[in-house]
Design a binder for this molecule. Structure first.
Ligand SMILES: *Cc1c(COP(=O)(O)O)cnc(C)c1O
Length: 489
């Protein structure tokens, strides 16, 4: 590992020279609470500009990214993000917007929000969208809050939310945060919602059924119409987790399937680089019945002027300051405009084709628990490797790093043992997919001939296997100098 920047440089070396600060009048300090005042003279490292540039450029090269390598991380849709989105969304008129600017001054920005809302309505079949939620899980929470408001307004006594056992972990978490009891239903032998299980568990107190389609196994819920009918007959709403719309764009939509409320991850399906914790955007969409509950403000148009419309007395209120992550909206807008309607459909066709190509070519080597045509992703199991050579999904994932490929999602969905969830996305070429297939075949062979090699992987990274839990549970990001800056003197 390279040294921290604090451990580099040498006393007296200079990057930029700043003129000495004028001595401030004492009363400037008197307004600052004592706890915030520095008690000692902090010593910073002495580095030249070149030291600093090399340090950060080399750090950036340790990053794995979609711009450098293949990234088949299932459920995350790590597609390539065209650079034109970055370029246009960093125009001064966008980045210098202030949320308290007069509405007359920001007509262009409001136009984009208004037009993007129309596009998302057309893509999903929903009637209105709010762009407030800043991520998928945040959209789910917002959607569930609206469902609760809807039932409260109707005096419906609702206490439960149904989720399938294949659902994304954020689904039950979001429903539980709204005070609902979670009822989990088992999938059938085809990896789909078991209709008889649904019928057994749904009743008059069910507020909603939360689903995604294609589900997290990458399979299309063929009986979605019946699921919707069963739910609606009990007065339950159908919530669509649209984090990954990559398989449906321009082909079908959640409204046609009978969904009432949904969110979309603009940062997975459309274009915004993600994976490092943000920024994201998880707009929520609803059918007519739920418009009045959307978070305010919505953007509407009157007398040829766009304006923030707060006139929704039953709105659940705000879930984020102002109007959400605007620059992510700009990127999604540019992306949709630049590919166009037919382009969106091609995205889905190619995403599905690519996933099926990998599935067909790899199923001789790795178990495929649900062997049928998949949508935008496919889920293998390393259960056989585990049993025969004690090689886990994690070992395979780590070995892929040695071959310059990002590991797929592992151990999700929970219903597949030693799951390897692979999503190639539409932006990868056949050559890249073929290389991945070859690498997976090599790893398959290694698992038999040299399992130790896999167990010790990765071999060519700056750090090897890290504790998977400690980094999140035992956060320690502060550097404590051993000796106070002795190396600089
Ligand atoms: C990513 C994802 C989410 C959550 O989205 P975030 O933006 O990470 O909060 C929810 N559901 C599914 C199926 C997802 O893939």
């Amino acid at each position: 590992m390279s040294n921290l920047i604090f451990e580099k440089g040498n006393f007296g070396r200079e990057g930029v020279s700043v003129p000495a600060a004028a001595k401030p009048k004492k009363d400037i300090y008197s307004s600052i609470p004592d706890t915030f005042l520095a008690k000692k003279n902090y010593d910073f490292p002495y580095l030249s500009e070149l030291d600093v540039i090399r340090h950060y450029v080399n750090l950036s090269r340790l990053n794995f990214s979609i711009d450098t390598n293949f990234y088949p991380l299932g459920s995350c849709t790590m597609k390539y993000n065209p650079k034109i989105n970055e370029e246009l969304s960093s125009m001064k008129g966008f980045v210098n917007l202030h949320p308290y600017q007069d509405q007359e001054d920001i007509q262009g920005a409001l136009y984009i929000i208004h037009d993007l809302e129309k596009m998302l309505c057309e893509i999903t079949g929903m009637n209105r969208f709010s762009f407030q939620p800043s991520a998928g899980a945040h959209g789910e929470l917002t959607g569930m809050l609206m469902i609760r408001a809807y039932h409260c307004a109707k005096n419906n006594k609702k206490t439960k939310v149904i989720v399938p056992d294949s659902s994304h972990g954020t689904n039950p978490a979001s429903a539980a945060m709204c005070g609902y009891e979670i009822v989990q239903i088992k999938s059938n032998e085809n990896g789909l919602v078991d209709i008889s299980e649904l019928k057994k568990n749904i009743d008059k107190e069910t507020a909603a059924v939360m689903l995604t389609n294609p589900n997290t196994l990458g399979l299309f819920e063929e009986e979605i119409k019946e699921i919707a009918d069963i739910s609606h007959a009990k007065g339950a709403l159908l919530y669509y987790d649209g984090a990954n719309l990559n398989a449906l764009l321009g082909i079908t939509n959640p409204a046609l399937m009978g969904f009432d409320v949904m969110h979309i991850n603009l940062h997975k399906t459309f274009a915004t680089p993600h994976g490092g914790g943000g920024p994201g955007s998880g707009p929520v969409g609803v059918t007519k019945e739920l418009i009045e509950f959307l978070p305010v403000p919505l953007v509407d148009k009157k007398d040829n002027q766009f304006y923030f419309n707060y006139d929704f007395p039953r709105s659940i209120g705000k879930v984020k300051a102002f109007y959400g992550n605007f620059l992510v909206l700009v990127k999604a807008y540019i992306y949709i405009l630049s590919v166009g309607g037919l382009g969106l459909k091609e995205i889905s066709e190619n995403a599905v084709l690519n996933a099926n190509y990998l599935k067909e070519n790899l199923k001789k080597y790795f178990d495929l628990p649900y062997d049928k045509i998949c949508m935008h992703e496919t889920v293998f199991s390393a259960a056989r490797q585990k049993q025969e050579n004690d090689i886990s999904a994690l070992d395979i994932a780590k070995r892929l790093i040695d071959y310059g490929i990002h590991p797929p999602t592992v151990y999700f969905p929970l219903i597949v043992k030693e799951a390897l969830m692979i999503e190639p996305t539409e932006t990868e070429s056949k050559e890249t997919l073929d290389n991945f297939i070859e690498v997976m075949k090599k790893i398959y062979a290694e698992s038999k001939t040299n399992p130790q090699l896999l167990k010790e992987a990765p071999h060519n990274t700056p750090v090897r296997r890290l504790n998977e839990v400690k980094a999140a549970m035992d956060l320690d990001l502060r550097w404590n100098p051993q000796k106070p800056f002795d190396n600089h003197r």
